[in-house]
Every structure is written in C-alpha cells, then in structure tokens.
Design a protein around this ligand. Structure first.
Ligand SMILES: [Zn+2]
Length: 112
C-alpha cells in the first residue's frame, strides 16, 4: 500500500509510515492495541445483557452500569424499571455497534 500522506510505498502491515511517521491505518493500529476493548463484544453485551449494565462494566462506565443494574434489580417494584434498563442497554448496544459510542471510559477507541 501507499502512505496517504507522503505517497511512498510502505509495507501492507505497517501501522506507521517509515518515511513520514503518519499512522497508515488508524483502525488497524487500534486493532493491534492489546488494551482496546471489542466493539462487537460491547455491542452484544448491551443488546443481550444491557438491563444488567454488563456493556458499561465491560467498557469501564461503572456508574452507568450500576444505575442499570439497580434499575433492573430494584426497579421491578415499579414494574417498568427493568424495561427501561433493558431498552436503555439495547440502545447503547446499538450505538456501540454503529460507532456512536466509539471509546471506553478511559478514552481508548474500541477495536473492530
Ligand atoms: Zn508517509
């Protein structure tokens, strides 16, 4: 492939151009980050287990996760609590999968 900045030919696997130092493919750089959380896992957790806040715990948004967990565990008293938490989690799961939420609580971008 060719560098998008300086146009010189670089290795297909290169994360950074050896000529000018620009990141060649940001997504591949993110995917090589061992600490990056998975977008797919985060999205599925939200869709399947969103009412328990699992996707927020996974991404480090602990406060939001606790609120969803409490809504589900305690909110049944007012009947709609678990429904609100489940819909909230579902929406966030979709936002994670579509990239509207693209980073974890520490600001690290999610990998594909
Ligand atoms: Zn370059």
């Amino acid at each position: 492939m060719f560098c998008r900045k300086c146009g010189k030919q670089i290795d297909d696997e290169a994360v950074v151009c050896i000529h000018c130092g620009v990141a060649t493919n940001p997504q591949s750089a993110i995917n090589n980050d061992p600490l990056a959380k998975s977008k797919l896992a985060g999205g599925l957790f939200g869709i399947l287990l969103g009412g328990l806040g699992i996707h927020n715990f996974y991404l480090g948004y602990t406060t939001k996760g606790v609120i969803q967990l409490v809504l589900t565990l305690v909110g049944w008293v007012v009947i709609v609590g678990p429904i609100i938490a489940a819909i909230w989690g579902l929406i966030e799961g979709i936002m994670i999968l579509t990239g509207s939420i693209d980073r974890d609580a520490s600001g690290r971008l999610l990998k594909e």
